[in-house]
Design a protein around this ligand. Sequence first.
Ligand code: ADP
Length: 193
Amino acid sequence: MFNIILFGPPGSGKGTQAKIIEEKYDLHHISTGDLFRYELKNETELGKKIKHIMEAGELVPDKITIEMLKNKILSFDNPKGFLLDGFPRNNNQAKELDKLLEELGEEVNVLISLDVPEEEIVQRILNRGKTSGRSDDNDENIIRGRYKVYMDQTLPVYKYYENKNKARTVNGVGDIDEISNRILCAVEEHNKK
Ligand code: ADP
């Protein structure tokens, strides 16, 4: 398998780039945010439990998130690999992911981080909020709060994979195609290593 983590702050373009990269490498794109929003939309038990957490821009508890991610990964027959978007979001999730993949005889191959400054993030998300229908995209305070959650809880995941020589950063500002190329180059460069 070939497993990539697409990393970066909220609004850094992970979802947009994931669609392009998954096709290129024939991977299964798993977005924990999308999985949670599906639960919300369908008003499932889980959806009801996590609604207020997501609206506040906080992290859903690890127990729920990890369980959902595991079930999703194990639901595929002979996958070629996964493109993870929005997971892992803290070091505990990263360790659990590594454990699960190890049980499958696999590993995270590379983490690609999209670098986008905070002010650009806030503008992008407010813009997206005009059409996304996501309540967490409409309030500048909540957006800045999500960015802070990223800096405090998620950024350590970069270090975690950097220590394993698996982390790369690309500039996440520019044209969509340009950024896709940067990601593909970073993956190829990493694979040559
Ligand atoms: P964005 O990257 O724009 O913040 P996501 O779709 O990745 O959007 O996530 C939306 C929300 O879903 C997060 O703010 C959080 O509440 C929840 N969420 C998504 N992934 C995780 C995760 N791995 N751990 C905990 N909560 C998560």
